[in-house]
Design a protein around this ligand. Structure first.
Ligand code: A3P
Length: 292
């Protein structure tokens, strides 16, 4: 079970950083000291990597599978309820969830409950840092709770320094990439999902040990998970949090493109992101996709 929190809520949630969380009122347990079950499935992402998209894919896969009708992934319609953030569950809710518990977290590698030998499965979704920075800027400027009124250049500076909720994108991504071989983990990236949706979804389905998908299944999943469909699906478009947004802010499903950074970032901003990227990733072979 969770130990009691020994740090103030905001500090816990935000790694001591400066912005209040999007979702208020709930207990947030920033600790890796919770018990996993062998059939837990945990989607891990840095914010704005396409979390909602993969949550929707997971929901479709479990529904097609036809079993697990009592678990939240099948019984709840709204994505944040169906594939809940671990950080937003209280202890009782977490322990009472019917298996398989399919959950989400933005936590860093050091803050998840992974332990050697666990059967729990992880999915890590990454996205290129330029598009994440632009998407995160729109997100943070869109919700009143963050009280962020500065422009994109200032935000890019915060991004390069990792002074944002969930800390540095660079450290977050590198930590997981370096530990892929240690964990029972399925790695995918946002750009490849654009390029090879069916192939990745089939592989993910196998990783989860779910029933074989027919071509019709795949077609219907592709349709349900398309940007245009999700944008008008009130269970998948976060519109229930609309009242928390500033007037005229971008939708949660904003553009859904690879390469939107080109419309927003200057050459200098790209270079400064590249420099930080190099300093973290130079010892790896990882390459990020910036355009399709
Ligand atoms: P943009 O702001 O670039 O449009 P998260 O869910 O992790 O917060 O990520 C949100 C980003 O994923 C947004 O990016 C959003 O538009 C994009 N996204 C969500 N659903 C998508 C889909 N079905 N297809 C493509 N992109 C999607």
């Amino acid at each position: 079970s969770f130990p009691p929190l020994n740090l103030p809520f905001r500090h816990n949630f935000l790694c001591g950083q400066i912005y209040p969380p999007l979702i208020d009122g709930n207990e947030i347990h920033r600790t890796s000291n919770y018990d996993l079950r062998d059939d837990d499935v945990i989607l891990v992402t840095y914010p704005k990597s396409g979390t909602l998209w993969v949550q929707q894919i997971l929901k479709c896969l479990y529904e097609k599978n036809g079993v697990c009708k009592d678990s939240r992934i099948s019984s709840r319609n709204n994505l944040p309820q169906a594939v809940p953030w671990i950080e937003l569950l209280d202890i009782e809710e977490f322990n009472a969830m019917t298996s398989p518990r399919v959950m989400t977290t933005h936590e860093t590698y050091n803050n998840i409950a992974w332990r050697p030998g666990t059967g729990a499965k992880y999915i890590y979704l990454s996205r290129n840092p330029r598009d994440v920075a632009v998407s995160y800027y729109h997100h943070i400027s869109g919700y009143r709770a963050y009280e962020y009124d500065e422009a994109l250049p200032q935000f890019v500076e915060l991004f390069t320094k990792g002074k944002l909720p969930y800390g540095s994108w660079f450290a977050h991504t590198l930590d997981y990439i370096e530990n892929l071989n240690n964990m029972n983990i399925f790695y995918l990236d946002y750009e490849s999902l654009h390029l090879n949706f069916e192939k990745i979804v089939m592989k993910l389905n196998r990783f989860l040990g779910l029933r074989h998908l027919s071509n019709e299944d795949l077609e219907s999943i592709k349709e349900r998970c398309s940007f245009t469909r999700m944008k008008v699906d009130s269970n998948a478009n976060m519109s229930r949090f609309e009242h928390r947004r500033k007037p005229n802010s971008a939708d949660f499903l904003r553009k859904g493109h690879v390469g939107d950074w080109e419309n927003h970032l200057t050459k200098e901003e790209c270079s400064s992101l590249d420099r930080v990227l190099d300093s973290y990733f130079s010892k790896t072979t990882k390459k990020f996709i910036y355009n399709l």
